[in-house]
Structures are given as C-alpha cells and as structure tokens.
Design a protein around this ligand. Structure first.
Ligand SMILES: *Cc1c(COP(=O)(O)O)cnc(C)c1O
Length: 346
C-alpha cells in the first residue's frame, strides 16, 4: 500500500517511527482524574500557544465542535456559520442531534462579512424567531478549498457578534495551516473568539485528537459536556504525546504541504479541462469542479484514479478534493497531477 498516493485527506497520515517512539515512551495517568501528565502538558502548551486561559483535549474535531456548540448555546438556538461549514455538512447532523441547535449558513467561498452576520441575526424576543446566540468561523475553510478567512474580516465579525450579544467560536481544525500561510501567530488568529478548536490529526500527523481552548469557565463547562458525550478518556497520553511530537516536528513543515498543493493545482489548471480557481489554493487543499461537458463525474474520476494508485475524494457529484500532507512528496503530487490530467483529457 506504500506506493499509492493518498490525497483524500490530511487525516490519512500514519504516525512516523519517531512519533510512535514518543507515543510508546509517553508518561500517562488517568485523564478523567486530570492525572495524565502528557495531556496536561499538551493542554497547557496549547492554551499558551492560543493565548487562552485553559484548554481541554478532545478525541476528535467533531466532538470538539459538538462540545463547543453545547457550551455556547441552548437547545432551540440558532448558530450562524459559513456556507458548507464542517459543523453543518460533515457531522451527520450532530449540531441538531447533540446540541439541539439549527445552523444558518451564510456567505460564499468559506467567508462572510460582518454585514452578512448582522443581516442573519434574528431579532431577539420575537415570538416566533429562534434566538441567534453564536457565530462560528471555520479557518481554514475545508469545503471552500482550504481558504483562509482574512483576519480583518474576522475582527469585524467578532466585533459585531459582541455588539449583538453573540458568543464566538472558531473551528480551527486547520488553524495551523492558516497561521503558516499568513505568518500570523495562532494566538492572534484565535484572539477574538470565546472558544477555539484545533486538530492534531490533520497537518500535524498525529493519529487522533483535537483540543478546545478558551476561558477557564468555558473550558470547565466544555469538560463536563465532553464527559456527557462519552469523550473523557483515560491514559490518553498515548495520543497527546503524538500531538506534542507533531507540534515539535511537523508544524514547521506545513509550508511544504502548501507548496505541494500549489504544484498539483497549477498542473491541473494548466492541463485539464476543470474549473479550478487558483486563488482558492492558499493552503493544503485543492478543490476543483468537473464541467457538465466532461464525461467523467467526480465518483467516476475518483474510481479511475484509484485504479492508477491515486486517491482523491468525490466531494460532490462534480466536485473533487485533493489534500496534501506529511505522507505525500512533491514528486507524488506531480505524479498524481499527471494521472488526473490524463484521465480528464482522455
Ligand atoms: C476534520 C475537521 C473537523 C473534524 O475533525 P475530526 O477529528 O475528523 O472529527 C472539524 N472541522 C473541520 C474544519 C475539519 O476539517
């Protein structure tokens, strides 16, 4: 399986030998008692990195999002989020099932403006409207192709949220990528938000895990919701040691993934009759669309590419996603582009 080029997601990376060594050597304890030293170390380090008072480890980014919604809303509330956000599209309706909230998707291309937010917030104390209590920003934005939400826009959105009495949540599963691409520290990107989620299982290459950071009070509440959802683990130092290793050794190499995504995207845009806006290729994700005139739709392209050892995701009937990561080289991205161009041209 080593010669296949897996661009389906940056979650497919396997822990390196050195990461496994760090995991095997991890100091552990029972995290439900707050006694796992590796987890405590990761939480303290990330709270500091993200400029927040406290942090709590989560088994998955999906649970981090579910817990954030439960922490910052009440059942029946409305949450405003970007169109095609992960919380609305990739969590099997968990926002409704677990937090009892509905999501109002706004904007375009992974972004929305402060004015869009203002227009979306429903008037309070109206007998029929749900209460809008939270705005969520996803940065980078997955389904929009890994685009970065400009920080001046974020600042304006969060200022309007404060003015209107809304809480703020940043789904920063790939905040490390946004930071690497903009040069802004993650603390600056997280600063305007009440709660922020980051992932270790994507660009950082750990086998699992995310984390929520915020005020001590918000993290205490989040910890209780994690317990209630069944996400409080025991010796999860095995996982958090991998996350610490990822911060030490893989954070600095993210620009490589971004450059590889660029190589792939430019080859596709130049050689294949696809719709691919190179301006959206800002980090490690390439999303492109197959025009109706092409005989291959996304599932067919994905199946044909797989036969040739290249794995990409059919993200919609005519939408394809490719993601670069630790386990694919520049040469493999060039090879993947050759295969996709051949399939699309032929
Ligand atoms: C992957 C992802 C998540 C969920 O993370 P999992 O660990 O896969 O559950 C949440 N938000 C965004 C933007 C993501 O890309």
């Amino acid at each position: 399986m080593t010669d296949r080029i897996d661009l389906r997601s940056d979650t497919v990376t396997r822990p390196t030998a050195a990461m496994r060594t760090a995991m095997a050597a991890a100091e552990v304890g029972d995290d439900q008692y707050g006694e796992d030293p590796s987890t405590n170390r990761l939480q303290a380090r990330c709270a500091e990195l993200l400029g927040k008072e406290a942090a709590v480890w989560m088994p998955t980014g999906t649970m981090a999002n579910q817990v954030a919604l439960r922490t910052l809303t009440r059942p029946g509330d409305e949450v405003v989020a970007s169109r095609e956000s992960h919380a609305a599209w990739h969590e099997l309706g968990g926002a409704a099932a677990n937090a009892g909230v509905q999501i109002h998707e706004i904007g375009q291309g992974g972004r929305f403006s402060a004015d869009d937010l203002r227009a979306a917030v429903k008037p309070r104390n109206f007998p029929i409207f749900p209460t809008t209590t939270l705005v969520e920003v996803e940065n980078t934005h997955n389904r929009a192709g890994g685009v970065i939400v400009p920080q001046d826009e974020v600042l304006r959105i969060c200022a309007v949220a404060r003015e209107l009495g809304l809480s703020t949540f940043l789904d920063g599963a790939r905040l490390w990528n946004a930071s690497a691409a903009t040069g802004l520290p993650v603390a600056a990107l997280a600063a305007p938000f009440d709660l922020v989620a980051v992932a270790f299982s994507k660009g950082l290459g750990a086998p699992g895990g995310s984390l929520l950071a915020g005020t001590r009070a918000a993290i205490t509440a989040a910890n209780r919701h994690r317990q209630r959802l069944g996400g409080a683990m025991r010796q999860n130092g095995i996982f958090t040691a991998a996350a610490l290793y990822g911060l030490d050794h893989h954070l600095a190499r993210l620009p490589e993934d971004h450059a590889n995504a660029r190589v792939l995207a430019e080859a596709l845009a130049a050689g294949a009759p696809v719709q691919l806006d190179l301006a959206t290729v800002q980090t490690n994700i390439v999303v492109f669309h197959l025009p109706q005139a092409l005989p291959l739709d996304a599932p067919a392209l994905s199946a044909r590419a797989r036969e040739r050892g290249v794995l990409v995701n059919a993200f919609g009937p005519r939408t394809v996603r490719a993601v670069t990561h630790l386990d694919v080289t520049r040469a493999q991205c060039q090879q993947a582009a050759r295969v996709l161009v051949e399939l699309l041209a032929g």
